[in-house]
Design a protein around this ligand. Structure first.
Ligand code: NAD
Length: 351
């Protein structure tokens, strides 16, 4: 049942289509009846045109304190403007990097689910990619050891492997999933991927999985199988690099043959903070036209509701969205007529 508890959520519209799809999603989230107090702030590339500030300590303090952020996409400052993002004494290439790195949002979560009525290469796909977000080959530690050779550090730690494994099992339990599969190349990277894999199985053995299967698969054979039979997967628990490779492939499944990124939500979860946003960018080509598909932002809202413990409202909103697609409403990015407002009206009707 829906709780009467009040939740405080920090929200940034972001750039481009951000304002249009964030306000559309908020309207749908509020219609579930969940009690949310939105703490609205401006940040990003467009805010910087007005105030000179992309992000500053006030945004960091607010996220630190409130702990849940619902945001639209951000435009990455163009390289030639020299507009890097600097906050709390460090430079980052984008606003999203700031949140992920500074707050150690260690689990990137991307559900990939076929939508009824959307023509796509595969139907009945329902998988979730959980990507470890803090280490592996993305630590930035690359060293020239001589004029012709570079060493790149692939960092895998027991602690980071444990927390992403534990997160994956908890996510699977909370979301009624049946199987969690760890990706690895422990046949080649015996120590590093071996540590990730062994830790995954150790945590599985130490956890009450409630019937959920914990197994593993070589990353290369998993990628091949994803292209042929994506519906055979449920939750994938990936080290950073393999997660990065799986994600575009799974987005391709979700986009459909005439499809769009407008279907793809994401969550970035840490120990104390969590951020929910679409998996796509700020779509400057359609910004301000009122035709952006708010589905990705609404589904990010469903993920946020589950994170807040509002599972029933989350399910109800997702069901309404799916019923809307099944009823034949076709958003503009799928070649149809339904603009942002019409999609929202149809979702509210089904809710
Ligand atoms: P994009 O994802 O913004 O757009 C790619 C294509 O998909 C465009 O044709 C766009 O119109 C379409 N599209 C995306 N979302 C849509 C939606 N909800 N409804 C309908 N159509 C949609 O990619 P881009 O143009 O390469 O990037 C634009 C900016 O966003 C860049 O500055 C990029 O760095 C940034 N970006 C931000 C994030 C983020 O904030 N998480 C992620 C990716 C890219």
């Amino acid at each position: 049942a829906q709780s009467t508890q009040a939740h405080t959520v920090l929200t940034f519209d972001g750039d481009g289509i951000g304002r249009e799809i964030v306000s559309a999603a908020k309207e749908c989230i509020e219609a579930t009846g969940v009690n949310i107090r939105w703490e609205q702030m401006d940040m990003g590339y467009e805010a910087m045109q007005n105030t000179g500030v992309y992000i500053d300590d006030s945004h960091m303090d607010a996220f630190e304190e409130i702990g849940v952020l619902f945001k639209g996409p951000l435009t990455v400052p163009p390289k030639d403007t020299n507009a890097y993002v600097e906050v709390r004494g460090k430079r980052y290439t984008s606003g999203n990097q700031v949140f992920r790195k500074y707050f150690q949002l260690f689990a990137n979560v991307r559900p990939v689910r076929s939508m009824p009525g959307v023509r796509a290469p595969f139907n009945d796909v329902d998988l979730v990619v959980i990507r470890e977000n803090t280490e592996d080959v993305y630590t930035g530690e690359e060293t020239w050891v001589d004029a012709d050779t570079v060493h790149c550090v692939k960092r895998i730690s027991r602690g980071a492997s444990e927390r992403v494994a534990d997160f994956s099992f908890k996510y699977a339990r909370d979301n009624q999933r049946k199987r969690v599969t760890a990706l690895h190349k422990a046949n080649v990277c015996k120590q590093s991927d071996g540590l990730f894999l062994n830790t995954f199985h150790e945590r599985a053995a130490a956890t009450d999985l409630g019937g959920i299967i914990a197994d593993d698969q070589l990353a290369d054979s998993c990628l091949t199988k994803l292209m042929i039979e994506p519906k055979s997967f449920d939750v994938l628990c990936c080290p950073n690099l393999y997660g990065d490779l799986v994600n575009p492939l799974s987005l391709r499944i979700n986009r459909g043959m005439v499809g769009s990124l407008g279907l793809c939500p994401s969550g970035n979860i840490g120990t104390h903070q969590a951020l929910f946003e679409p998996a796509h960018g700020s779509a400057p080509d359609i910004a301000g036209k009122g035709i952006a598909n708010p589905t990705s932002q609404i589904l990010s809202g469903c993920m946020m509701l589950s994170h807040l413990g509002e599972f029933e409202a989350s399910q109800r909103l997702e069901n309404a969205l799916r019923a809307m697609y099944a009823s034949g409403i076709v958003p503009v990015d799928f070649g149809g007529q339904a603009d942002t407002k019409e999609v929202v009206a149809a979702v509210l009707k089904h809710l």
